[in-house]
Design a protein around this ligand. Structure first.
Ligand code: SF4
Length: 414
């Protein structure tokens, strides 16, 4: 294959994204050292808006887990958490992150000079909407740092989101506040929350527009770009920085669309990715697919930070809805309807399901979903076995052979 066929077009805005991510990590690091701002650790789809609205700086351990994966540090660290009784079969974000803490190392040190460790928390806040692992993960740190652990016990397998769900989750969110006030040493102010929520909603709308540009033919964006550029939406939602950034990124992608510029040299096939990324193989996978003239252009994963229901006029109920409407929280029936819409919207030829060994919560191929969806849509799929962080569970040869055979199958269908 010609070398250039394997190339992805570089996104010009990337430098700006790296700058705001660096500012974010340095701000947390400075606060941890000076103690002048309180630090909350929050699960990635937890109630970050409440925390920001109360003046906390927010660290997301899953983001740190993904960095451990992307830098390929995770695999060697996982056994240190296993030695503490945390099974190799559970979330490899958890085991890599705890392993890194035990060993006293972090990818932040390599990326940002002067940062020696993730910022120590004053409080840990979870939401089990994604899985139980996050609660166990935070509980470990609560014991380690002797700081409060608070959270929301969510529903799972939700079909239609009803008042029953909204009332319970909104109430649990409100009940976090007295404990958070104690830690913050200040009163909660509903107007500050509304302000943060409005910013978070704007960020979410812009991030969705960024992802939706991939519906253009040819697509100006790949899933692999999305996994990198989602950083600001994950860690800085509720502030101005991601809004400014996504306006810049969106303008660049819209310009690509106007000029019919594709993200890849060649786009013969359009693929939807379901499940976790394989962080330690992002660039290998990007090259594998682009080398086959195939753009993996949309995913369930990157859309996990789209919170369309946020409404500052009704903060708690709308947050409860947004954090319950998420794909990962839903029943298979709701998930199938969601994916079916996305397949049409993004004009998809095939689906890749990533069966991540240590994340059953975000592996959607274990109970017949690929077969049911293919029956309804006629769109074929391939399941690849692997993991988000534990590269011992990834077989590169097998993935390559299977993906090549799958693309051949799509070729024959054309
Ligand atoms: S959803 Fe999966 S990857 Fe994310 S924290 Fe839970 S088990 Fe880990």
């Amino acid at each position: 294959m010609p070398e250039e066929k394997a190339k992805r077009k570089k996104i010009k805005a990337t430098g700006q994204m790296q700058k705001i991510m660096a500012d974010y990590f340095y701000e947390l690091n400075d606060a941890a050292k000076s103690g002048d701002k309180k630090i909350a650790w929050c699960t990635s789809v937890g109630p970050a808006e409440i925390l920001r609205g109360m003046g906390f700086l927010v660290h997301f351990p899953e983001n740190h887990g993904a960095m451990l994966g992307a830098t390929r540090m995770a695999t060697d660290l996982i056994p240190h958490a296993n030695a503490l009784g945390y099974s190799p079969d559970i979330c490899s974000y958890l085991t890599a992150d705890v392993g890194a803490y035990v060993k006293g190392i972090t990818p932040l040190s390599k990326a940002y000079e002067g940062i020696e460790s993730p910022p120590k928390p004053d409080v840990l806040v979870y939401n089990t909407n994604q899985c139980r692992d996050v609660k166990d993960w935070f509980a470990w740190y609560a014991r380690e740092f002797n700081v409060p652990l608070v959270g929301i016990e969510s529903y799972v397998g939700v079909g239609d989101v009803t008042q029953k769900h909204i009332i319970s989750i909104a109430k649990q969110m409100e009940m976090l506040i007295p404990r958070l006030e104690e830690v913050a040493g200040r009163k909660f102010d509903i107007d500050e929350l509304k302000e943060v929520l409005a910013l978070s909603r704007e960020c979410s709308e812009l991030w969705k527009k960024v992802l939706d540009t991939a519906s253009a033919v040819p697509a100006p964006l790949t899933f692999f770009d999305g996994t990198i550029h989602m950083g600001p939406a994950v860690v800085l939602r509720g502030t101005r920085q991601p809004i400014d950034y996504y306006k810049l990124l969106l303008a660049e992608l819209e310009e690509r669309i106007a000029n019919k510029e594709a993200a890849l040299e060649e786009e013969r096939f359009r693929i939807y990715w379901d499940g976790m990324p394989v962080w330690g193989r992002l660039s290998n996978h990007a090259k594998l697919f682009s080398g086959l003239g195939t753009n993996v252009l949309a995913s369930t994963y990157c859309s996990s930070w789209v919170f369309s229901a946020f409404d500052e006029a009704d903060p708690f109920n709308s947050m409860a809805r947004a954090y319950t409407e998420l794909f990962i929280v839903r029943s298979d029936k709701a998930k199938e309807a969601y994916i079916k819409d996305k397949l049409e919207f993004f004009k998809v030829d095939g689906i890749i399901y990533h069966d991540a060994k240590t994340c059953p919560n975000n592996s959607n191929c274990r109970y017949g979903m690929p077969q049911r969806l293919e029956k309804i849509t006629g769109i074929p799929s391939l399941t690849i076995n692997g993991d988000l962080n534990d590269m011992r569970l990834v077989s590169d040869e097998q993935t390559k052979t299977n993906v090549e055979a799958f693309i051949e199958q799509l070729e024959e269908k054309k």
